[in-house]
Design a protein around this ligand. Structure first.
Ligand SMILES: *[C@@H]1O[C@H](CO)[C@@H](O)[C@H](O)[C@H]1NC(C)=O
Ligand SMILES: *[C@@H]1O[C@H](CO)[C@@H](O)[C@H](O)[C@H]1NC(C)=O
Ligand SMILES: *[C@@H]1O[C@H](CO)[C@@H](O)[C@H](O)[C@H]1NC(C)=O
Ligand SMILES: *[C@@H]1O[C@H](CO)[C@@H](O)[C@H](O)[C@H]1NC(C)=O
Ligand SMILES: *[C@@H]1O[C@H](CO)[C@@H](O)[C@H](O)[C@H]1NC(C)=O
Ligand SMILES: *[C@@H]1O[C@H](CO)[C@@H](O)[C@H](O)[C@H]1NC(C)=O
Ligand SMILES: *[C@@H]1O[C@H](CO)[C@@H](O)[C@H](O)[C@H]1NC(C)=O
Ligand SMILES: *[C@@H]1O[C@H](CO)[C@@H](O)[C@H](O)[C@H]1NC(C)=O
Ligand SMILES: *[C@@H]1O[C@H](CO)[C@@H](O)[C@H](O)[C@H]1NC(C)=O
Ligand SMILES: *[C@@H]1O[C@H](CO)[C@@H](O)[C@H](O)[C@H]1NC(C)=O
Ligand SMILES: CC(=O)N[C@H]1CO[C@H](CO)[C@@H](O)[C@@H]1O
Ligand SMILES: CC(=O)N[C@H]1CO[C@H](CO)[C@@H](O)[C@@H]1O
Length: 655
């Protein structure tokens, strides 16, 4: 039974067993019997120790320092959590308004074919439009946390059928009423990609993209693990594979949620370094942060940042965001206005419909429009979509077809000939029932990531392309993605340089994915802290004994100390007490003895997970140490309404 630890030896064992049986009894009959026995044996093993399910599968990464198991996305231990999702219908009627580009001019238009869906007599319809613009805080030095939230809605101007939108009009609100009863029958918003004057100036500086530089387009979907993508978006995955997109299968997250991950990708910094570099406290703006798209912007790349759910968005959730727009195109004012001015429909607390249009649709359409309008320019676009995946692991299924269609449309724009496309997520589900299974533990840490590399680039840099393919089954992290962006930046200046792009503040040993990632790489080498590292195997151990209480009490005291510090010693949050252990896992090696503990505290029944290192031998002389942060793995719902601090919210139960 011990043999099952090593998959190669299990197979060896199987062969030996079969050979012996073959020799002893009748051949054909015995083969059958033998297979059944092995099958039963494996089943028994699976049953005994839920963690050993990983050990009979193949591996995504296999090296002396890192073994990441390749789990079946439909593994039986999680099958009961896999449910279908209802698709979301924002409006049963076809949209009444849309935008249209003709001779580089943009028009807002009423769709004659749908008028009768809104009024019985076309002559009764009357429409007007307002322009929504961002309002900047007048003085950059004096600002507060509302600085990124202001927009202005112009007066509503009547129009008939079609109206020209001059190039400074980026976001429009359309309202239509039925004159016979003066009732509003339609309200929607449109985001238009406009070649504004300052962007025109920028483009003229470089002329057209001469195909020696890559554009960058990033599409992120929040909270989708690699396995969940396989489960819920099979059409999209099949398309990407067929078209030759490159996947990184050993891509391991580096931080709790979106911000640390995005700061790793776009700044090459971890959360601590981010604070030192440009974001001293949660109330400070992100304007001074070294976002890599600023470097590209200096090379006259047109930049864009799009994100939905403006209150929960990466740079704004309990944070200040940007005082000045961070990019040439910044969709935030549109999203804010849409949430406030249009009827919204939500699911799982996320606004999935903004008026008659699905939230995601606004972003995906903007991206294809952008790729069309800036076909001949250089650009760097980042889009992050939260609406459909943040809380429910089943909902991405409703988006499979649309995302597939998006990639097809992107190809039609010609963007794939000139653009490095990165399609990724930041982490898997961070809460919910699937999260407390072993597969869920792994999934949270292994988001999906795919790259599109244009044909000409592959031909011009065959070695770089070959390296990228090699890296598919190496341990990689968001810092490597950052190094890759730097590499593209470097090549944009110098062309074919032999200089290897290596090392950023958050990960001194990380490399561009266009060079080979070392086989013998550890999590530490990749900038991944032990609590997020999927390289090592943990065994579930019994939750009885003194050691369990010792570990739990240690973590609880750390939590209470955190609560005390973050709430400035006030008593707004209750002191937490250890209630019960849910699961304990151990990883013992010659140089360390680490535990992963999942436990519940009271009041509030919060469930936490922490990775704890143990030093010392004698029971009474043990010391413990946190390996990375403490994760809250169930939702805090309404328990934390007394405070407004994202970090404290994870621990606080309002007293
Ligand atoms: C919209 O109007 C067209 C033509 O009047 C009609 O065929 C269609 O069923 C209507 N659609 C809805 C959803 O009402
Ligand atoms: C924040 O600053 C704006 C002006 O930029 C001001 O109108 C608003 O009242 C301020 N809000 C708070 C909470 O101080
Ligand atoms: C907002 O729009 C109104 C009318 O269109 C205009 O008069 C006003 O100056 C604008 N306010 C700001 C702060 O831009
Ligand atoms: C990007 O720009 C910043 C600020 O100008 C600079 O410090 C940094 O070195 C640049 N990064 C790269 C990769 O050139
Ligand atoms: C998402 O949130 C809603 C509301 O709290 C809850 O009912 C639902 O079970 C959650 N879904 C998951 C997968 O956790
Ligand atoms: C993109 O490349 C493909 C294949 O090389 C070519 O057929 C297509 O015309 C190109 N599209 C554009 C818009 O350049
Ligand atoms: C870049 O350099 C590599 C190796 O030196 C070479 O094989 C490749 O053809 C070069 N590509 C271009 C576009 O010069
Ligand atoms: C709380 O603050 C004290 C004093 O600054 C520090 O020693 C301690 O490590 C902090 N605790 C946590 C959990 O951050
Ligand atoms: C603690 O003090 C800091 C700095 O004075 C303040 O920004 C923060 O809001 C306070 N936190 C709480 C929970 O009172
Ligand atoms: C929080 O929600 C629970 C159940 O939904 C409810 O019973 C409780 O009263 C709520 N607490 C507060 C403080 O709103
Ligand atoms: C959308 C998303 O995941 N946002 C996360 C950004 O970061 C904060 C904390 O830094 C999280 O609380 C949000 O959930
Ligand atoms: C969670 C959720 O409802 N997500 C929705 C986000 O928006 C798309 C449409 O663009 C819907 O299809 C998703 O279901």
């Amino acid at each position: 039974m011990r043999l099952h630890r090593n998959p190669l030896r299990v197979r060896g064992g199987m062969v030996v067993a079969i050979v012996i049986t073959l020799m002893v009894i009748f051949i054909s009959y015995i083969i059958l019997q033998g297979t059944m026995t092995v099958g039963r044996l494996l089943q028994a093993v699976t049953h005994q120790n839920p963690d050993s399910i990983f050990e009979i599968d193949s591996y995504l990464v296999w090296s002396p320092k890192c073994q990441i198991p390749n789990v079946n996305p439909f593994h039986e231990s999680i099958r009961r959590f896999i449910v279908g999702a209802e698709s979301i219908i924002c409006s049963k009627k076809p949209p009444l308004s849309n935008t249209l580009t003709h001779d580089d001019k943009v028009f807002l238009k009423i769709d004659a074919d749908s008028i009768l869906n809104y009024t019985s007599d076309p002559n009764h319809l009357s429409c007007c439009y307002s322009v929504v613009t961002r309002v900047n805080t007048p003085d950059w030095k004096i600002y507060n946390k509302t600085a990124d939230n202001y927009y202005n809605v112009s007066e509503c101007l009547d129009f008939n059928q079609k109206v020209y939108l001059s190039s400074e009009k980026e976001y429009v609100l359309v309202k239509c009423k039925d004159k016979s009863n003066n009732k509003e029958v339609y309200k929607n918003m449109h985001a238009v990609v406009q070649v504004k004057q300052e962007v025109k100036d920028k483009i003229e500086k470089v002329g057209t993209n001469d195909k020696t530089r890559l554009n960058i387009l990033v599409l992120g979907l929040d909270s989708i693990s690699r396995l969940n993508l396989l489960r819920t978006m099979p059409k999209t995955v099949a398309h990407l594979r067929r078209k030759g997109w490159l996947e990184l299968q050993g891509y391991n997250k580096v931080g709790e949620n979106t911000l640390p991950n995005l700061s790793a990708i776009f700044m090459g910094l971890n959360e601590e370094q981010l604070k030192d570099a440009c974001w001293k406290t949660r109330h400070k703006k992100f304007d001074n942060c070294p976002l890599i798209w600023n470097n590209f912007s200096d090379l006259s790349y047109v930049t864009a940042y799009l994100e939905d759910t403006p209150t929960q968005s990466t740079f704004n959730f309990h944070k200040t965001g940007f005082v000045k727009p961070p990019t040439d195109f910044y969709m935030r004012p549109m999203m804010l206005a849409a949430e406030q001015l249009l009827p919204v429909k939500s699911r799982d607390f996320l606004n999935v419909c903004l008026g008659p249009t699905p939230t995601t649709e606004h972003i995906l359409k903007y991206m294809t429009d952008f790729a069309t309008v800036f076909k001949r320019a250089l650009y760097f676009l980042v889009a992050w979509i939260n609406n459909f995946s943040h809380n429910d692991s089943a909902t991405p299924a409703t988006m499979d077809k649309r995302i597939l269609q998006f990639f097809e449309q992107l190809e039609d724009t010609g963007a794939l000939n000139s653009t490095l496309v990165i399609f990724l997520s930041d982490h898997g589900m961070r809460w919910g029932s699937i999260r407390s299974t072993s597969v869920g533990w792994l999934e949270e840490r292994l988001p999906f990531i795919y790259f599109w590399i244009p044909e000409w680039f592959r031909n011009a840099y065959p070695d770089s392309y070959a390296n990228f393919i090699t890296n598919k089954n190496r341990l990689t992290s968001p810092y490597d993605v950052h190094m890759t962006l730097r590499d593209v930046f470097q090549r944009s200046i110098q062309g074919n340089s032999s200089k290897i792009v290596k090392g950023c503040t958050g990960c001194p040993k990380c490399v561009s994915l266009f060079s080979e990632v070392p086989t013998e790489r550890s999590c530490e080498d990749a900038g991944i802290t032990p609590n997020w590292c999927t390289c090592t195997k943990y065994r579930i151990i019994p939750t009885k004994g003194k050691i369990v209480t010792q570990i739990a009490n240690f973590v609880v005291s750390e939590i209470n100390s955190k609560i005390y510090n973050l709430s400035n010693g006030t008593n707004v949050c209750a002191e937490l007490a250890f209630h019960k252990v849910i699961q304990l896992k151990r990883q013992a090696a010659s140089y360390h003895d680490d535990y992963i503990i999942v436990f519940e505290t009271l009041p509030g029944a919060a469930v936490f997970e922490a990775t704890v290192g143990k030093q010392g031998k004698k029971q009474d002389e043990l010391t413990f140490q946190l390996k990375g942060g403490i994760s809250r793995i169930n939702r805090y719902t309404n328990q934390t309404e007394c405070i407004d601090d994202a970090e404290l919210k994870l621990f606080c139960f309002c007293a």
